[in-house]
Ligand binder design. Structure first.
Ligand SMILES: [Zn+2]
Length: 377
């Protein structure tokens, strides 16, 4: 019963990414969207052989009514065109709104406004992307810092919060850095690199800027999403364990900032559940883990989150990126497995049927509405 009820709940996808312009999709292997690997050998061979890719091909072929082969699917999606394909995927996903982190592959994607033809669209500011752009165009530390703060304080109305990819840059052991130390480091890096544009990966600067962003988030009651757990090869998985965030979570200055751990922190899912159970400001999300794992793996992720974490702390997202099919797959499996896990909780005596429906609604939309101060209109 819950399985059918859950299909009618309009979901808020609070963490996802802009779609890539078709030229870029058509020139890349279709597997690119289904793996975190970027090595050609992974993309050309191994990525075809994951359980999730095999399953996803069949899911997409059912959606598009064609054979479950890459050739048929890619031909059909090109014939349909990106708008018709996106409409199909978003309609099936039954989304009330999406929150886009538009700092990923920023030069190749459709702008956030383009997505408004399909659903309501909000944005998240990717902190490290903003910092890197400013760092590469400003030589004076004070001007740099002021610009960074201004962009966060005078944010446009569609911005719902911030997103950090510190896990990709210098890891989640985020320390308090005094401004004088950050300034020295800024000048030193500028000197070493002269006019060159560089990726901003320095731990001192990133930790310092995160502290600044956390202060602004605290003053303006804005949540910050943190990439945790698995990701592509740039990531040192040891330092994307959410337990690394302890210093940040213990800092009383930032206690009022909702911290959302993305991707179920997979494989550190139980650790994430524990953090959400003891820190009032910690929330959890299961995007990317669903739809990237096997069915059993995705179900296990939901079970592990629900083992200990309060149900008021768990949020739905797809982490969809590049192609609209991922919005559809995230919603399909997110809903289906959430219903299955909650129905099992009813059977085993953890929940009543009424409670299970309330919890499904909270996870798919209610919790996001609360955390982001989301107003329906
Ligand atoms: Zn993401």
């Amino acid at each position: 019963m819950l399985t059918t009820d859950i299909l009618h709940i309009r979901a808020i996808d609070h963490h996802c990414h802009n779609l890539l312009k078709p030229d870029w999709v058509n020139n890349a292997a279709y597997t690119t969207a289904f793996t975190e690997g970027n090595d050609p050998e992974i993309l050309k061979y191994h990525a075809y052989n994951t359980l999730s890719f095999r399953r996803s091909l069949r899911d997409i072929s059912n959606l598009l009514s064609c054979d479950a082969t890459e050739e048929c699917i890619t031909k059909l999606r090109q014939n349909l065109g990106i708008e018709a394909l996106t409409t199909k995927c978003f309609t099936e996903a039954n989304l009330e709104s999406i929150f886009l982190d538009d700092g990923f592959l920023a030069d190749y994607i459709f702008p956030w406004q383009w997505h408004q033809q399909f659903t309501k669209v909000y944005r998240l500011i990717r902190l490290e992307y903003l910092a890197e752009r400013l760092f590469n165009s400003i030589d004076n530390f004070e001007v740099f810092l002021e610009s960074f703060c201004n962009q966060l304080i005078s944010k446009s109305p569609e911005v719902m919060g911030f997103k950090s990819i510190a896990a990709y840059r210098s890891g989640l052991i985020i320390e308090s850095i005094p401004e004088t130390t950050a300034k020295l480091r800024f000048q030193q890096i500028k000197q070493e690199n002269k006019e060159q544009k560089i990726p901003l990966t320095d731990k001192i600067l990133i930790d310092f800027l995160l502290g600044v962003a956390l202060d602004i988030a605290a003053q303006n009651k804005l949540p910050i999403q943190f990439h945790t757990g698995f990701g592509d090869r740039d990531l040192d998985l040891r330092f994307s364990n959410p337990l690394c965030l302890r210093q940040l979570l213990e800092n009383p200055r930032w206690k009022g900032v909702p911290i959302i751990l993305l991707h179920a922190s997979y494989p550190y899912t139980k650790e994430a559940g524990y953090l959400a159970s003891v820190y009032p400001q910690v929330y959890l999300d299961f995007g990317l883990a669903i739809p990237s794992l096997s069915i059993k793996g995705m179900k296990q992720v939901l079970e592990e989150l629900l083992e200990l974490a309060p149900t008021t702390k768990i949020l739905y997202s797809s982490d969809a990126h590049n192609i609209p099919e991922l919005y559809y797959l995230g919603a399909k499996w997110g809903r289906h497995l959430l219903a299955e896990v909650l129905e099992e909780a009813v059977r085993s005596g953890d929940l009543t049927a009424k409670e299970s429906l309330e919890i499904a609604t909270a996870i798919l939309r209610g919790n996001a509405k609360q955390i982001y101060d989301y107003l329906e209109n």
